[in-house]
Design a protein around this ligand. Structure first.
Ligand SMILES: NC(=O)c1ccc[n+]([C@@H]2O[C@H](COP(=O)([O-])OP(=O)(O)OC[C@H]3O[C@@H](n4cnc5c(N)ncnc54)[C@H](O)[C@@H]3O)[C@@H](O)[C@H]2O)c1
Length: 439
């Protein structure tokens, strides 16, 4: 236990962000009540069962429950009365046409106004367009004008697949507020005096998160654009990215060409920022270009297969991977799922396999068949597409894959396979922008 003062914390939303924050705050020693209106999820969490795949999460959940510092509730009435600080961690989707949808967030503000009688600080941990914290403050005052509350924007920056590790040891803590004492109290919850902390106004904190995600998305689209040029001129994008990434002004991360970015954050946050810019009369050209390039990357695999196989109609395609990145079970806005949908639309039979997908997930397009492993998925396939770079797929026996397949085409949508190994198995390798190695 750390020397920071133990606080009474209410968390609204027990999804990726709410749950990971809840277990990490309970681990530090705070008392945490977590409210989610998904009754099934609450019941499972109170019994120690986690729906999502995240390293260390089940163990930390068990620790918090056993210590009596962490409980999950289906109503705000039960969860919030004792809380001094309430963190809103609900989903904030963006509709491609309408823009950000803050309905759930505002409903959570309503829960705080009505039930968090002792709350002094309201923290927005969800990712929101700049200006949202002020709207939340206004909504709170409208519903509960009799007392004030300090609003703090404290965006979460963790990456899925390493969420607990990132939450326990963030690269930075960002806290924005009009009340500097409240901002300091929220930053102090983590008791990490050596982690760089940026204290700001509300809008700058909100914008720091959105701009960070927009930058990462644009970086991926940038390298994908360069990959297209590499294919045309016969250069190898991986060598190019390696050479570029050695310059610390550029850095090597998020510089991997492939089928594009996805997941629950980058696409929706980029769209939210574009909507926000346009609502203020600014056309953010870099951001819209990043979205356009990403869309072309998602179509690339089906276009390439249609060209190489003559057409997609009636062809069986094995799809390796469905989740948006390895070591998660998250299918939200996954490029692999989009590829599956496009292949089905083109008339192909798609047999997919993913270590974290077991069937029945609503995101999987109708018609996609699931196989137990890559070898079963490859049986009778004209082509194999690697869409998520799970270790299990990079370690496959490609001679065995070749024996199972009917065709010879392997499309490496993540540039993680070794073209020499694929070719040694008498298969044809196509990567993304690997002009010179593709042969
Ligand atoms: N997933 C990530 O990697 C990540 C990382 C950083 C930031 N974020 C941001 O954090 C926010 C949450 O993301 P997530 O991935 O945890 O979402 P999620 O969909 O996994 O979880 C949201 C949870 O909130 C619950 N909920 C929604 N409205 C509620 C309400 N009014 N009252 C009670 N419960 C409610 C839902 O039932 C759900 O369980 C989003 O703004 C997201 O952009 C996500």
């Amino acid at each position: 236990m750390t020397e920071s003062r133990k606080q009474k914390i209410g968390i609204i939303g027990a999804g990726y962000v709410g749950l990971v924050n809840a277990v990490c705050l309970a681990e530090i020693g705070h008392r945490v009540w977590c409210f989610d209106y998904d009754a099934g999820k609450v019941e499972r969490l109170n019994s120690g069962v986690v729906d999502i795949l995240e390293p260390d999460l089940p163990e930390l959940l068990a620790g918090g429950l056993d210590a009596g510092r962490l409980t999950f509730h289906t109503t705000a009435e039960e969860a919030l009365p004792e809380a001094e600080i309430v963190m809103i961690c609900v989903d904030t989707p963006t509709d491609p046409q309408i823009g950000p949808d803050l309905t759930r967030l505002m409903s959570a503000v309503g829960s705080v106004a009505e039930h968090a009688e002792r709350a002094e600080i309201l923290v927005l941990r969800s990712t929101v367009p700049p200006g949202t914290s002020i709207l939340a403050e206004e909504e709170f005052s409208r519903l509960n004008g009799s007392r004030g509350i300090s609003v703090v924007s404290h965006p979460e920056f963790f990456q899925e697949g390493r969420a607990v590790e990132d939450c326990r040891r963030p690269l930075r803590i960002v806290v924005g507020s009009r009340d500097k004492d409240a901002a300091a109290r929220v930053a102090g919850l983590w008791n990490m005096p050596d982690v760089p902390t940026v204290v700001s106004d509300l809008e700058s904190a909100e914008m720091t998160k959105q701009a960070s995600n927009a930058f990462l998305a644009a970086k991926i689209s940038f390298i994908n654009d360069i990959a297209r040029i590499c294919d045309a001129v016969g250069a190898d994008i991986d060598t190019v990215a390696e050479g570029m990434g050695l310059d610390p002004r550029i850095g090597s991360r998020y510089l991997k060409a492939g089928v594009g970015f996805g997941g629950s954050c980058l696409p929706k946050d980029l769209r939210a920022l574009v909507a926000s810019a346009r609502s203020h009369g600014w056309e953010p050209r870099t951001l819209t270009a990043a979205i356009e390039v990403n869309e072309t990357q998602r179509r690339l695999v089906s276009e390439l297969l249609a060209e190489r196989l003559g057409s997609l109609s009636g062809k069986t395609i094995a799809l390796l991977g469905l989740v948006f990145k390895p070591d998660t079970s998250d299918l939200r806005d996954s490029p692999a799922v989009a590829i599956a949908g496009l292949l089905i639309e083109g008339g192909a039979t798609v047999v997919a396999t993913d270590p974290a997908v077991h069937g029945g997930e609503p995101e999987i397009p109708v018609g996609v068949r699931l196989a137990d492993d890559a070898y079963s998925a490859a049986a009778g396939a004209m082509a194999v597409v690697l869409a998520t770079e799970w270790d299990a797929f990079t370690a496959l026996d490609w001679s065995r894959m070749a024996d199972a397949m009917e065709g010879t085409l392997v499309v490496d949508g993540r540039n993680t396979l070794d073209p020499v190994i694929i070719r040694d198995a008498d298969l044809d390798y196509v990567g993304i922008g690997r002009g010179t190695v593709a042969g």
